[in-house]
Design a protein around this ligand. Sequence first.
Ligand SMILES: Cc1ncc(C[n+]2csc(CCOP(=O)(O)OP(=O)(O)O)c2C)c(N)n1
Ligand SMILES: [Mg+2]
Length: 331
Amino acid sequence: MAARRSTKKPNVSKEDLMSYYREMLLIRRFEEKAGQLYGMGLIGGFCHLYIGQEAVVVGLEAAAEDGDKRVTSYRDHGHMLACGMDPKGVMAELTGREGGYSKGKGGSMHMFSKEKHFYGGHGIVGAQVPIGAGLAFSDKYRGNDRVTFAYFGDGAANQGQVYETYNMAELWMLPVVFVIENNQYAMGTSVARSTKSPSLWERGAAYGIPGEEVDGMDVLAVKAAGEKAVAHCRAGKGPYILEVKTYRYRGHSMSDPAKYRTREEVQKVREQRDAIEHVREMLLSGNHASEDELKAIDKEIKAVVNEAAEFSRESPEPALSELWTDIYAEA
Ligand SMILES: Cc1ncc(C[n+]2csc(CCOP(=O)(O)OP(=O)(O)O)c2C)c(N)n1
Ligand SMILES: [Mg+2]
């Protein structure tokens, strides 16, 4: 990944930087804890961690407004936390407990929050993309100026349904930002092995959809690109594509032996490109925060995550009668 991180003094307030730092740290610590709980056998089924990609959702949520919608894949815990869902409810869903967002019946990949306009959590690669266009269609139909963020991966970007969706979205000028989280891998397959054209966002040109590539390890760059994309959608100009170059530090899921890349490759990104470290450096070098203040934030976030973990262990398992509820929508 080329070093494209902005070096000029950022035009951002201390408060904003502090909140990005806090939000990214919450996702990272939450995911580390989820990894631990999984290791202890408290989380069953699939669990895909978002560690390394935090700046993507935090930057884009900073560009979003109340009422905007989001939908994503199974690597979804970061998206939920970034849009303000309660860490307790998310963690309790991971452990399959009553206090979880889907009452413990959905697990890591199947959580929703109508209140926060988070529409999942989808296990079928690429399936959330047409759903995202549908959400945007509903807003356009209602005549409001809401925008939908439809997140998907570099692997999903090779799915046919993505291009069917591009066509319809541009045809109907839908207010949807297609966010390609290019973390370089689809399970164990690198982009170079799966994809002929290296630039995924440029494929939108075939449908008349503009877009751009963004440094996904730089939260300020993501926010700026997000604002541009959202303005395009709100102005009634149709969809926009952001290909956000990022990196996942952990395996595809908890059961990934990670034989397809070297430890050195991961270590290099962590050392040279880490998004949280980047904001931390900006806070310290700009004299916005002292080491002690940042340590205090770290402590505070750890407490929030520990509380969520405790809740996720104490919340009871769903009653057997729950097997028969939430199957059909009530008319
Ligand atoms: C239709 C479909 N095909 C295959 C799979 C198996 N599968 C799950 S995740 C994945 C890789 C997707 O990679 P990417 O889109 O880059 O997302 P990332 O995991 O990197 O976030 C595959 C092939 C699936 N879940 N659904
Ligand atoms: Mg990927």
